[in-house]
Design a protein around this ligand. Structure first.
Ligand code: DQA
Length: 148
């Protein structure tokens, strides 16, 4: 099983970016935890980060060529603005789990709407690095269910 992990804009700054909201772990440390869990679950990860909407759209489009079974995405600020990322997820039809480090429903009103949520299987928000780890577990469970 192969899972694509996509990190959106500004997540490359984790560790020094508003740690009271996003925690102290760097993106590299989060990815290392994901790789450790992937080994335990016996799945392969492809991990990408971009600050550009179009690059994230391309990565989602290319996911089917790479035989990706599921997508775990933290769209970051694009959560609240991107019809293009939502349409890409709908177009490829790959089961998607949306994750957020912070609880977007406890924050500013503009963060409380996700353009992606309606095309995702589910969303995990507010659990820090555990949002990603549970998101990966959920993605694997969803694919296992799909395969009977
Ligand atoms: C975020 C929440 C978004 O509102 C914000 O723009 C981010 C990170 C999170 O992981 O909590 O960049 O997706």
């Amino acid at each position: 099983m192969k899972i694509l992990i996509l990190h959106g804009p500004n997540l490359n700054l984790l560790g020094k970016r508003e740690p009271q909201l996003y925690g102290n772990l760097t993106l590299g440390q989060i990815n290392a935890e994901l790789e450790r869990l992937a080994q335990e679950l016996n799945v392969e990860l492809v991990i990408e980060q971009s600050n550009y909407e179009g690059v994230l759209v391309d990565a989602i489009q290319h996911a089917s060529d790479q035989n990706i079974d599921a997508l775990v995405i933290n769209p970051a600020a694009y959560t609240h603005s991107s019809v293009a990322i939502r349409d890409a997820i709908a177009a490829v039809g790959i089961p998607t789990v949306e994750v957020h480090l912070s609880n977007i429903y406890k924050r500013e009103e503009f963060r409380q709407h996700s353009y992606l949520a309606p095309v995702a299987v589910g969303q995990i928000s507010g659990l820090g690095v555990n949002s990603y780890l549970l998101g990966l577990r959920a993605a694997v469970a969803i694919c296992s269910m799909d395969n009977g």
